[in-house]
Design a protein around this ligand. Structure first.
Ligand SMILES: Nc1ncnc2c1ncn2[C@@H]1O[C@H](COP(=O)(O)OP(=O)(O)O)[C@@H](O)[C@H]1O
Ligand SMILES: [Mg+2]
Length: 253
């Protein structure tokens, strides 16, 4: 069964794209057909895979949403890993979004036919808390939330949880990990402890703040592809293993 995994936060710069790129790469490396959907119009995950966003000038020949999506998917340099580039996924979504019925289920419908082709579909989400966010909550089987352990970020996280609950979305599908953790900072350590005590489904594996991770922008590659034995690559591998174990195995996906 396919797992649609949204790497989501309504905050920017918290590690969503970096995590989506690395986890999608790790899933594909295990031999599973994997699709990474770049839902952020800034196109960051497309950038990491050296895929040039191509602008489709005339959308009239794209008669159905499914066709539009299928034509838009690009291969990457890596086996089993495909990418739906940002502008193209937006164009497809716009087509689907022109359907006024069930406005929160549009993304879900766009992804449905792709479930037959992929074991994992990762959504690299833009920082929004609007209708697109609701589409993401509805479409995703699991949400994976990067949370930087600072007081302000945790307040924003609590607001996001409240928004989800108010809108009737299932917070049981939501898993969180601590992102960009600097263990030398007392505040990070204290807030991290409080997060583990206060919130359910916080994964045990943190992703530390490491300059190695920033190097991905220079290499334009997933981290485990250019530095497989690095501390950072090991952290992403541990996070993926833990997430699979806790969120995906035996959870009726
Ligand atoms: N664990 C980390 N340690 C250091 N830098 C990081 C880490 N995770 C992400 N970054 C850097 O922080 C910036 C924002 O990360 P990104 O994944 O693009 O965030 P988002 O998608 O949430 O906006 C990028 O420059 C990225 O290289
Ligand atoms: Mg991003």
């Amino acid at each position: 069964m396919t797992a649609v995994i949204a790497i989501y936060s309504h905050k920017g710069g918290v590690g969503k794209t970096t995590t989506a790129v690395n986890l999608a790469y790790l899933a594909a490396q295990n031999g599973h057909n994997t699709l990474l959907c770049d839902l952020d119009p800034q196109g960051a995950s497309s950038f990491y895979f050296r895929i040039k966003p191509k602008v489709v000038k005339d959308a009239r020949h794209l008669n159905t949403t499914h066709n539009a999506i299928a034509r838009s998917i690009k291969g990457t340099d890596y086996d089993h890993l495909d990418l739906l580039p940002a502008d193209l996924s937006y164009r497809s979504l716009e087509l689907a979004f022109s359907d006024k019925k069930q406005p929160t289920k549009r993304l879900s419908r766009v992804l449905r036919p792709l479930r037959q082709e992929y074991a994992y579909i990762f959504l690299d989400c833009p920082p929004t808390l609007n209708l697109l966010a609701e589409n993401i909550f509805t479409a995703a089987d699991r949400l994976l939330i990067p949370l930087i352990p600072t007081t302000l970020a945790v307040n924003a996280y609590a607001q996001m949880l409240a928004f989800m609950k108010k809108k009737g979305h299932d917070t049981q599908a939501l898993y969180t990990f601590l992102s960009m953790v600097d263990a030398r900072r007392k505040l990070h350590r204290e807030v991290a402890t409080a997060v583990y005590q206060q919130y359910p489904r916080v994964l045990y594996t943190p992703i530390p703040a490491l300059s190695q991770i920033e190097q991905m922008g220079r290499h334009r590659q997933p981290l485990p592809a250019f530095a497989p034995r690095s501390t950072a690559a090991k952290a992403y591998q541990a996070l993926w293993t833990e997430f699979q174990h806790k969120a995906l195995v035996n959870r009726n996906l």
